[in-house]
Design a protein around this ligand. Structure first.
Ligand SMILES: *Cc1c(COP(=O)(O)O)cnc(C)c1O
Length: 374
């Protein structure tokens, strides 16, 4: 494809000297886990978001799972979230032993619809987990208000929201904890798996660090004293060193994503597709640039024929996956509709003007090349 949906190697080449040096330094140091790069990355990432603490872990899924464990949310408990998301959201809740309860999404932002939360609360509800999907924040004020009214924890799934803001506050710093992923494709991506919890509660961060490291407790990563039945989910030094280099470019790269989104908005206004919204209270981080079309599959083929790779995030909602069937308690019509209509256009910082023009021309010419199609 002339225009891939994402090009991770281009991201590497842009920072090659610094990344190579950082990796070589770790290799030569002989310290590969729980050392200076992880400590420094935690401080730098928390600082970048304006949060008190970060606890680096092995993946975004584990950031959610370990947050739930640290808050003692597990068997018999319910966590309200959405089904239109990466399946990892529900998977992490189930891994903690709790039950995900799905509410439908707002058709405009494609994120959790806060108006539906109250009806989903039961005696077993312990937390609400909004997902800032694609990089557009969920409308958090009503979520936090309802959570306060019912004594629930708010845990933000920020896997796609590095650099997103809600009413001037960084996504991930609004609830009890923000759970980030550094899966390679994310706005801040490692060269492998990684994740972090961010919180203004340093004790929560310490419990998560302990749980991620075999449940070993005490100050300064004290070893051989197991205060929790923990897990093994550490961010390693190589990934932390890579992430530190990339974090220094993250603000600039999110700005570039926003420039690309602005270009698409200018060029595609008037095309036969629905463009993503950015509410006036939101700063979208454009992890994905998701358009909607009732002829999504035809559009995807049309783009492919023009050399443009577009992907579907996500074609099958969590509650329709065989492994998670039976989890939906109420109909989720907006979730079902989104799954048939969403299409992600290429958006990554290294896209060239030529590539962007090609995407715009390809989307704009739908219908002209296949006049006879339905
Ligand atoms: C990527 C992602 C996760 C999981 O992150 P991993 O690092 O892949 O475990 C969770 N939620 C959402 C919305 C994601 O996009």
């Amino acid at each position: 494809m002339e225009v891939p949906c994402i090009d991770l190697a281009a991201g590497y080449l842009e920072l090659k000297p610094e990344l190579d040096e950082a990796v070589e330094r770790v290799l030569a140091s002989g310290s590969y886990v729980l050392s200076e790069n992880v400590d420094a990355f935690e401080a730098e990432f928390a600082g970048w978001l304006g949060a008190a603490a970060a606890a680096a872990v092995g993946s975004g899924t584990d950031a959610i799972y370990l947050t739930l464990r640290a808050l003692e949310i597990g068997a018999g408990d319910e966590v309200i979230t959405v089904s239109h998301t990466a399946v990892n959201t529900a998977m992490a809740v189930l891994k903690a032993g709790a039950t995900p309860v799905f509410v439908d999404i707002d058709p405009e932002t494609l994120g959790m619809d806060p108006r539906l939360l109250e009806a989903a609360v039961t005696d077993s509800t312990r937390a609400i987990m909004p997902v800032h999907l694609y990089g557009h924040p969920v409308d958090m004020d009503p979520v936090v208000k309802l959570a306060d009214d019912y004594g629930l924890a708010v845990i933000e799934d920020c896997a796609q929201a590095h650099g997103a803001f809600y009413r001037g506050r960084a996504a991930g710093t609004i609830g009890k904890a923000g759970c980030f992923s550094f899966y390679p494709t994310k706005n801040l991506g490692a060269c492998g798996d990684g994740g972090s919890v961010v919180t203004n509660d340093p004790d929560l961060a310490a419990r998560i660090r302990s749980l991620a490291n075999c449940g070993q407790g005490g100050e300064g990563r004290e070893r051989r004293r197991n205060v929790f039945r923990g897990d093994v989910s550490r961010l390693d030094e190589l990934q932390a060193a890579i992430l530190r280099v990339k974090l220094r470019r993250l603000s600039q790269q999110v700005r570039r994503r926003r420039e690309i989104a602005a270009f698409y908005r200018r060029e595609l206004t008037g095309a036969a597709v629905a463009l993503p919204v950015e509410k006036d209270w939101a700063r979208h981080s454009y992890h994905l640039y998701v358009i909607r079309s009732k002829e999504r599959d035809r559009l995807k083929r049309h783009l492919a024929a023009a050399g443009v790779e577009a992907l579907v995030h996500y074609p099958v909602p969590a509650h329709r996956q065989p492994a998670y069937a039976g989890l939906a308690r109420a109909p989720l019509p907006e979730t079902e509709a989104a799954a048939t209509e969403v299409l992600s256009l290429p958006v990554f910082p290294q896209l060239t003007k030529t590539q962007l023009d090609r995407v715009a021309a390809a989307v704009g010419s739908l219908g002209q090349t296949e006049p006879g199609s339905p």
